[in-house]
Design a protein around this ligand. Structure first.
Ligand code: NAD
Length: 453
């Protein structure tokens, strides 16, 4: 009896303490992050910067490992692109420099705004960017003085836990508090619901599909909702077609189309459509013209209920084609098919290197179709054009959070540009590209000498 008792007691202790930020229960994870936040709230900006730099430096030694673990665990995407995405999250997520004391109404008026932490943030992360979201959110949320409880996707639980452990051990090594970033061993819907309801979780940040954003928004807490996209790319007759074709294939094939910002359908003006297709083919894209093969693809990728067959999300083009009995070169990056706008491949967010192409007669029709296919997600749109009039017309009509002109979609999250990066793009709730400031409360401080007599 004694022998049984001891291990049971020790399990409870281990549970409460967590294993470098990984807890058995959501309640313990939240309580620990709450205690840690009280300590962390005493840290000034430069101490917070030290903490963030400590785990960024450590994670830089694990980029390849995390990318391979993600690839193996989720079975989605491309290892080499995951390396780029993790680097992007580490190197280009703004930290404490994003925060500054804001003068409220001009200089010397006797008041200023301070950006304060919310407390414990509950962050829901997707399977498509599990480590990138944890890295990006941790930098932003810790920069503004919060602690964070991650509820990762069950399909990426091992790599998510490992990332949290690496972050914790680096912070502790640097002399910081434990449990600034925590998670749970077994993520589940139930655990997410506990987090959404817990009184010590002050803010929710949901990165994922429309369903989880809706659920998070009904939590009654301040919620940042970063939901699905279905980014259309328009190519008009003024575009540099050769460049447009290369950019589209580069963006669409990035991590096998998993990123929410990736090109999901092309809308091209008829006059330049054949030219575009020719140049896409030169960039390792393959057109499927055979109606029977298209039918087989439809049956494979869309279930009888009209939902996406998740088994093929993020898979290589040759794997997908093989599954419909067609052998293609393994270096083919993208399969494209000419369809009309009502085709489910265009209407749905496929997250596969399968790119529907829709021909239209003119720019007005192109914009109308693109707006319809974006479904009001307010996420991302791309356009290849040399006409500022057309570019302006489209950006105004589609009103997305990210609008990329004459570049691959990933330019929108900073890859290949001088821009900063984020992996949480809050379209539905309007915060847009989240940074440290998104996770800070604005407090006003008024000096006595500003009070009018
Ligand atoms: P998903 O919606 O299936 O899962 C996202 C997260 O929500 C996971 O942690 C999952 O466990 C949780 N979740 C889902 N349904 C839940 C439920 N009923 N109750 C509790 N938790 C639930 O998405 P995914 O397949 O992991 O990721 C892809 C989706 O995320 C795409 O739609 C993509 O566009 C979107 N996404 C958006 C952004 C952005 O910044 N806007 C970034 C990345 C991904």
């Amino acid at each position: 009896m004694m022998i049984i008792k001891r291990p049971l007691e020790s399990v409870v202790v281990i549970d409460r303490q967590g294993d470098m930020g990984v807890f058995d229960t959501m309640n313990d994870a939240i309580e620990s992050a709450h205690i840690a936040q009280k300590e962390y709230s005493k840290y000034n900006i430069s101490k917070r910067e030290e903490i963030i730099e400590s785990f960024k430096n450590e994670l830089r030694n694990h980029i390849e490992e995390l990318s391979m673990m993600t690839y193996n665990e989720t079975g989605m995407g491309r290892y080499e692109d995951k390396i780029l995405k993790n680097k992007l999250a580490l190197d280009k997520t703004p930290g404490v420099e994003d925060l500054n004391i804001i003068d409220s109404e001009g200089n010397n008026n006797g008041s200023f705004y301070e950006l304060a932490p919310f407390g414990v943030i509950g962050a829901i992360a997707p399977s498509t960017n599990p480590t990138e979201t944890i890295i990006n959110n941790s930098i932003s949320m810790l920069a503004s003085g919060n602690t964070v409880v991650f509820s990762p996707h069950p399909g990426a639980k091992k790599v998510s836990s490992y990332t949290v452990q690496l972050i914790n051990s680096a912070i502790i090594k640097a002399g910081g508090p434990k449990n600034l970033v925590v998670t749970i061993k077994e993520p589940s819907t139930n655990n997410t619901n506990i987090m959404l309801k817990h009184e010590k979780v002050i803010m929710i940040c949901a990165t994922g599909g429309q369903n989880i954003v809706k659920i998070a928004l009904s939590s009654g807490k301040k919620t940042i909702g970063a939901g699905a996209g279905n980014p259309p790319v328009i190519v008009d007759e003024t575009a540099d077609i050769e460049k447009a074709a290369k950019d589209i294939i580069d963006g669409c094939s990035f991590d096998n189309n998993l990123p929410c910002i990736a090109e999901k359908e092309i809308i091209v003006i008829n006059k330049v459509a054949n030219d575009l297709k020719k140049h896409m083919s030169k960039n390792l894209a393959l057109e499927i013209k055979d109606k029977e093969i298209l039918k087989r693809l439809e049956r494979l990728l869309i279930t009888k209920n009209g939902t996406l067959n998740k088994k093929y999300v993020g898979k290589n083009a040759d794997y997908i084609m093989n599954s419909v009995g067609v052998k293609i070169d393994s270096n083919i990056k993208v399969i494209f098919v000419e369809v009309d706008k009502n085709h489910l491949f265009a209407q749905k967010e496929l997250m596969m290197p399968i790119l529907p192409l829709i021909r239209v007669l003119n720019i007005d029709e192109a914009i109308k179709v693109a707006v319809e296919l974006e479904h009001g997600n307010k996420h991302t749109a791309i356009m290849h054009s040399r006409s500022s009039e057309n570019l302006n017309k489209f950006t105004q009509a589609i009103d997305t959070t990210i609008f990329v002109k004459n570049a691959p979609s990933y330019a929108g999250i900073g890859y290949g540009t001088k821009c900063t990066s984020t992996f949480t793009i809050a379209g539905p709730t309007g915060e847009g590209l989240t940074t440290a400031k998104t996770f800070a409360r604005k407090k006003k401080c008024v000096y006595a000498d500003s009070i009018a007599n």
